[in-house]
Design a binder for this molecule. Sequence first.
Ligand code: NDP
Length: 444
Amino acid sequence: MTPDVDLFVIGGGSGGVRAARIAAGHGARVAIAEERRWGGTCVIRGCVPKKLLVYASAAAAQLADARAMGWDVTVGAHDWAALVAAKDREIARLSEAYLGNLRRAGVVIHDGRARLVDATTVEVGGQRVTADHVLVATGGTPRRLAIPGGELAITSDEAFHLPALPPRICVVGGGYIGVEFAHIFAGLGARVTLVHRGERVLPGFDPDLRAAVEDGLGRAGVAVRAGDEPRAIERAGGACRVHLRDVTVDAELVLAAIGRTPNTAGLGLAELGVALDPRGAVLVDEWSRSSVPSVHAVGDVTGRVALTPIAIREGHAFADTVFGRRPVAVAHDLIPTAVFSQPPAAAVGLAEDAARARGLDVTVFATRFRPMRHALTGRDDRTLIKLVIETGSRRVLGLHMVGDDAPEIVQAAAIAITMGATKDDLDRTLAIHPTAAEELVLLR
Ligand code: NDP
């Protein structure tokens, strides 16, 4: 019997939408289901609204800087509701654009929660749809604190819809989300405490980058408590009391940013024999194939790398491989990434400690300098640029930066590094003066 469609995609986020559109472009008959809003985590409750809030939060320091440069600036109170409304308008526009793109590609849309009935049948909205291939692109969901009173803490999902900005906020977790939201809230005027259990924020990043980001948090007025974690949370008047090892932190809001869990519960995967890892992630090979031949998975649900551009690349590669007769495997080894702290951090390639742990012989070139504009503002911010070079081949193994425009600069430099640039290639590149990025080609 001919199946109803060639491909059924479960999940209308970055990875699923890209796979659906590319597969349809290759001539496949495609259906897609989404149970929440079209666009998924990145567009609805992640990267995009986060970056909009970062712009608003960073404006506070820019206004102060303008004053230091001679502008007559009077700053009134910040209107949180106006910011959230403006952010929501943009998110609604983007969500509509995602849906419109799917429709134009001829993809059949299902608004509702889908679940696998067998290896080639999906049930959605009381209807059963058969498909040659099923792509699971259901993303992840924030983990919650498993401590007494943990339910009093919100997650990033809710952080985008607060009715007002609370005066005191305790952020738990020193990863991407904890660092980004600590800055957002502090810039907008909240008193923020960031509690993280590691020695430094941003586990997995280069040690100097981590130290520089932690410096930046301190300069932004965030009270950082390292090497500690909450034991319990209780209500105390109108606020929450967070019990740490030896002290308590009172805050109107507690945000748990302690990682994300792959969204596989209730999809029918385990029942089908799809192999999952202990966290519930779909185990896939380099072609995004699960242990059941008709079922593939891309994006956060696979637990590989939880970043939007990776999900998009995996979705595209899947569609090219299965429907475009062009096998494409996604390399996960040289991934540029940014943390939108203030100033932001960005990196591509190996951290110094990771390179040494691999037994590589490395030479490090690094500089920390005061950005030129702060000669006028008086701010004591420092920019970090660090290169990790393989000593013998002179190849650039890693670039790590903290400072204004770091994500923009590292994205451009990542092209050269992906092409295999050496320190000599950087050295013979002419500088643009005066810029911060020129340090990349002037480091000696
Ligand atoms: P991360 O994995 O980045 O960080 C989690 C943090 O929480 C770590 O500091 C971790 O510490 C800590 N932690 C974990 N469990 C507990 C616990 N039970 N109690 C206290 N602390 C705990 O997760 P995030 O939630 O910040 O972000 C999820 C993912 O989303 C990121 O990893 C990233 O892939 C993606 N993301 C990307 C962004 C970007 O590209 N700019 C922005 C936001 C998210 P420890 O190291 O000790 O386990």
